[in-house]
Design a protein. Sequence first.
Length: 257
Amino acid sequence: MIHPTAIIDPKAEIGEGVEIGPYVVVEKGVSIDAGTRIRPHVFIGEGTQIGKNCQIFQFSSIGEAPQAFAYKGEKTLLIIGDNNVIREYVTLNRATVAGGGKTVIGNNNFIMAYSHVAHDCHIGNQVIMANGATLAGHITIEDYATVGGHSAVHQFCRIGTHAFISGLTGVSQDIPPYMLAAGDRAKLYGLNSVGLKRHRFSAEAVKALKKAYRIIFRSGMTLENALQSLDEDPISQLQEVRHLLQFIQHSKRGISR
C-alpha cells in the first residue's frame, strides 16, 4: 500500500507488497524490494537499494549525499540488505567515488534511533547499533558486533565479529573480534563473554580466546612477539583464534588495547 501523499519518482522500482506511508519521498534510481515497510516522513535518496522485509521508521534519511568535502555529486550507492530494522531519525549516507562507490549494510541488522552511518561504511550481518551510535566514513563492522549508545567510531576503523562496544565509547583504533571495549578512548576489558555465551560458542573456543587475549594484550610482550608466540601455540589452529590473529595482523589504524 502506498499512501497518496507519498512522492515517488516514476523511475523508482517498488517491489511487491511494499508499504509506503504518508509524506515519504522516494527519488529516481531507488529500488525497494518486496515486503519492506516505510513509515511516514522518510526520505530515500537516488542510488539507494533496499532489500526484502526491511522496516524503516519515521523521519529517517536514507541514501542522502555523503558528508564529504571530496564529494562532487557523483552517482554512488547505498546498498541495504534484507530484514533490517532502521529506527527513527537514522541517517545512512551514500558512498564517495574515492571510497569505492558503495556504502553497504548487510542483513538482519538493528539500527536504533538517531544512529548515523557515514559514506563508504561496510556493515555485516546481525549488527546492533544502539541509540545515537555514530560511524564516520570508511568503517568496517563484521557480523554480530554491537556498538553501544552514543558511541563514536573514527573513520577507517574496523570492529571485529562478536565485539561489544559499551555506550559512550570513543573508538579511534580497531576493536578486535570477540572483545569488550569501553572508555572515552576505547580500551579492552577482556572477552565479550555474554555475547559468546548467547551465540553458543564452545567451551574450547572461549577458553582458547581467553588465553589468546592474555598473551596478546596482558603478557607485557610487544604485539609482534605476542602474535608470534600465539602463532606457535596449538590454539592458533582454532578458527576463532585464527580469525583474531588475522584481524590484528591486517590492522592499519592499530589495535585498541
